[in-house]
Design a protein around this ligand. Structure first.
Ligand SMILES: NC(=O)NCCC(=O)O
Ligand SMILES: [Zn+2]
Ligand SMILES: [Zn+2]
Length: 475
């Protein structure tokens, strides 16, 4: 099957130009001023940006957490992702203590295959380390194509791992070409503060934020960065929310350590005051790390612009307000942590970032797609528009104005944490490996059309290389 996307404005992390794109089977075959292919189907992209499909490096689909299971699974979650312009997710596979890493991956494959409508890879969460786990890591990287390992420094008694586990994983990752990811909050301090708050009768959602202070995130981020330096390894800090954490990442990077960071749209547009909404409405905004005081938003935008943070993940982890979030109506620690963002990540970043003049359109593409492809071993198959790359593309209308609402979103969740926020720009059509998933704003894909992606080993200094390439091109 051949398709030509005509007259669109192609935008990548480094370039913007009008040209035609020939798609043959699943790949981009060629890009040229004018492509005339008599047998090809023509797609008119005049007036649209043609951008690489979004890559969301942080999702939790069909994940058991907080005594319940996320509202979105790999089918509903990836359909929503596709509506939002995302063509690849990298989901967190949870491993069980005492069981093999292979069995965890098998479980995640059975949750996702036949369901996902876009391509997907896995990060593997690890909370214990022993000889068996260490022996499985090389095979996990080489054969399973899982090259990133997640350690939670918080959620005491559930996922939390100690520094010995983190350090051993950092050493193993260095040796075998993996990238270690951390949820950086000091879980022991948080455990003390939450227990104390409950004993004092402080049960409302706002105490979720007040018992997880930014210092606890900054401390854990700095500790993880220092252990990374000691192991001469590589680290990706997920969902960075505050000045205290950004400072630690910037300091490590200034010393030349391979420390990378991600933030999420929710931390750029919402703040701690949302947790104070009356009638338990604040429970809708409970996730970890928590929303912060507003000044942190500018800190995060600046960190993205200056390259201290590289990528944008959604941290999609949806729970219904009715029946799930309300498990914690009388005790904020029982509110399942997480929010629904996979559908809005791409458009929100365009609208708040590019439309409002905070970032360039190239920085936008870099943050929502290219950097994740580079850091997680998918580039250049994913994350760009170039001959030989997968034909994962978004036709994006930058002129549409719309309002985010649970009434119109496609996530399987009964509220939107972004309800009422106006955005400029909308994905009109979305291609996954050359096939329409979204055509003229309608889902036309089918469950199972997404493929599992084996990721390549970590490539050193992905961000720095990207910057160097841009500088050479612009000079
Ligand atoms: N973020 C959150 O509250 N839930 C998902 C799990 C995690 O990323 O910490
Ligand atoms: Zn986390
Ligand atoms: Zn997460």
């Amino acid at each position: 099957m051949k398709r030509v996307i005509k007259n669109g404005t192609i935008v990548t992390a480094s370039d913007k130009y009008v040209a035609d794109i020939l798609i043959e089977d699943e790949k981009i075959k060629s890009i040229s001023d004018q492509i005339d292919e008599p047998e090809a189907e023509i797609v008119d992209a005049s007036g649209y940006y043609v951008m690489p499909g979004g890559i969301d490096p942080h999702t939790h689909m069909d994940m058991p957490f907080g005594g319940t299971v996320t509202a979105d699974n790999f089918e509903t979650g990836t359909i929503a992702a596709a509506y939002g312009g995302t063509t690849t997710i990298i989901d967190f596979c949870l491993s069980d203590k005492g069981k093999s890493l292979k069995s965890a991956l098998e479980k995640w494959h059975s949750k996702s295959q036949d369901k996902a409508v876009i391509d997907y890879g896995f990060h593997l969460q690890i909370s214990e380390i022993n000889e068996d786990v260490l022996n499985e890591i090389p095979e996990t990287i080489e054969q399973e194509g899982v090259t990133s390992f997640k350690v939670f420094m918080a959620y005491k008694g559930v996922f939390q791992a100690d520094d010995e586990v983190l350090f051993k994983i950092l050493v193993a990752a260095k040796e075998h070409g993996g990238l270690v990811m951390v949820h950086a909050e000091n879980g022991d301090v948080i455990n003390y503060l939450t227990t104390k708050a409950l004993a004092e009768g402080k049960t409302d959602p706002i105490y979720h934020a007040l018992t997880r202070p930014p210092e606890a995130e900054g401390e854990a981020t700095g500790r993880a960065a220092k252990l990374t330096a000691l192991a001469d390894s590589q680290l990706y800090v997920v969902h960075v929310t505050c000045e205290e954490a950004v400072e630690q990442i910037a300091e490590a990077r200034s010393k030349g350590f391979r420390v990378y960071g991600e933030t999420c749209p929710q931390y750029l547009v919402l703040d701690q005051s949302y947790l104070e909404k009356a009638n338990f409405e604040g429970g809708k905004y409970v996730w970890s790390p928590p929303l912060r005081e507003k000044y942190n938003q500018e800190v995060l935008w600046n960190a993205l612009k200056s390259g201290q943070l590289q990528a944008i993940g959604s941290d999609q982890c949806s729970f219904n307000f009715n029946g799930q979030k309300d498990l914690g109506r009388d005790d904020f620690t029982k509110i399942p942590n997480g929010g629904p963002f996979v559908e809005d990540r791409f458009s929100l970043m365009y609208s708040e970032g590019v439309h409002k003049g905070r970032i360039s359109i190239h920085e936008f593409v870099d943050m929502v797609s290219t950097q994740a492809a580079k850091l997680f071993g998918l580039f250049p198959r994913k994350g760009t528009i170039a001959p030989g790359s997968d034909a994962d593309m978004v036709l994006f209308d930058p002129a549409v104005e719309r309002t985010i609402s649970a009434k119109t979103h496609h996530m399987n969740v009964d509220y939107s944490a972004l309800e009422g926020i106006k955005v400029i720009g909308e994905p009109v059509s979305v291609f996954s490996r050359g096939k329409y998933v979204i055509k003229d704003r309608q889902f036309v894909g089918r469950p199972g059309m997404g493929s599992y992606l084996k990721c390549n080993k970590f490539g050193l200094k992905a961000k720095d290389e990207a910057k160097a390439t841009t500088l050479i091109k612009n000079s």
